[in-house]
Ligand binder design. Structure first.
Ligand SMILES: NC(=O)c1ccc[n+]([C@@H]2O[C@H](COP(=O)([O-])OP(=O)(O)OC[C@H]3O[C@@H](n4cnc5c(N)ncnc54)[C@H](OP(=O)(O)O)[C@@H]3O)[C@@H](O)[C@H]2O)c1
Length: 248
């Protein structure tokens, strides 16, 4: 049995992550984006190509808790495929609580892709009770987009690259006010470059991974170091759960 305790801002023997993390970030003029990632002590985001081995029960519980709070999940196609994403699943009581808050019972998942090259017969599309979204570009294969439109809402948000600002604003136009980004690092790089990371939740796993797995944010380069401040620190066993927000 795991139980999370808070170290900062208030030392508390036991906390309910659903209460601590209900403190969602906000953003002006668009939905706020909360990013959730797990990383080994030496900075690796994957082991043998997936993140699963890094997580313990508390991390998996937090992953579900963050989904239970989110209006919509945003994920890149590389992660969706590597991690064999299906639709989000939440217990009936959590779904009821979401309905009571005016949210959909489970958050739909929006997958970002340039190529729009998916297995449209996979459970991600066929088992979803909330229609998924494919966020793609004009340059994507037209037949693939037609096929996608049969099983998902297709959101065009750019010509060659998905313009993440446009994509997030488009999610706002569909009534979503908070977005849970689940990676991977390449997508996170684009989100960071566009100033779209309103909160970064990092689980620090008590593991050394070495290897060449990417950092949490990869691929882009910021013009300057971006200061963030710490919002909360929780712990469960040797796992640390850190939460940062931009200073301004
Ligand atoms: N530790 C963690 O918490 C965590 C979380 C998530 C993922 N991961 C790991 O990270 C790895 C995958 O990450 P990754 O960085 O290689 O790939 P990724 O970011 O998951 O996916 C990259 C793909 O997403 C699409 N994409 C991303 N940004 C785009 C943009 N601006 N416009 C259009 N398309 C865009 C492209 O898809 P198309 O190729 O379809 O065009 C691109 O090839 C996996 O090993 C996974 O297990 C770890």
């Amino acid at each position: 049995m795991h139980s999370m305790r808070m170290l900062f801002p208030d030392a508390q023997a036991e906390i309910d992550p659903a209460v601590v993390y209900a403190d969602l970030p906000t953003a002006a003029g668009r939905p706020a984006v909360r990013l959730n990632m797990i990383v080994s002590v030496d900075g690796g985001t994957a082991w043998n190509g997936v993140s699963g081995a890094l997580g313990g029960p508390a991390d998996k519980a937090l992953f579900a808790t963050l989904r239970s709070l989110a209006d919509v999940v945003l994920v890149a196609s590389g992660t969706m495929k590597a991690e064999h994403y299906g639709p989000a699943l939440l217990p009936a009581a959590v779904q009821d609580a979401r309905r009571a808050r005016g949210q959909r019972p489970v958050p739909p998942i929006a997958v970002v892709s340039r190529r729009c090259d998916f297995d449209f017969d996979s459970p991600f599309f066929t088992a979803a009770t909330e229609r998924p979204m494919v966020v793609t570009v004009e340059a994507a294969d037209a037949d693939a987009c037609t096929r996608a439109a049969k099983v998902a809402d297709v959101v065009m948000a750019g010509e060659r690259d998905v313009d993440l600002t446009r994509a997030v604003v488009e999610l706002g136009a569909r009534g979503f006010t908070n977005v849970l980004a689940e990676g991977g690092p390449t997508l996170n790089g684009d989100l960071a470059e566009h100033g779209l990371l309103d909160e970064v939740c990092v689980t620090l796993a008590p593991l050394l991974a070495s290897g060449d797995a990417k950092r949490i944010i990869a691929g882009s380069s910021l013009d300057a170091l971006e200061p963030v401040h710490i919002r909360s620190i929780c712990a469960d066993g040797d796992y640390l759960f850190l939460r940062y927000r931009p200073v301004s």
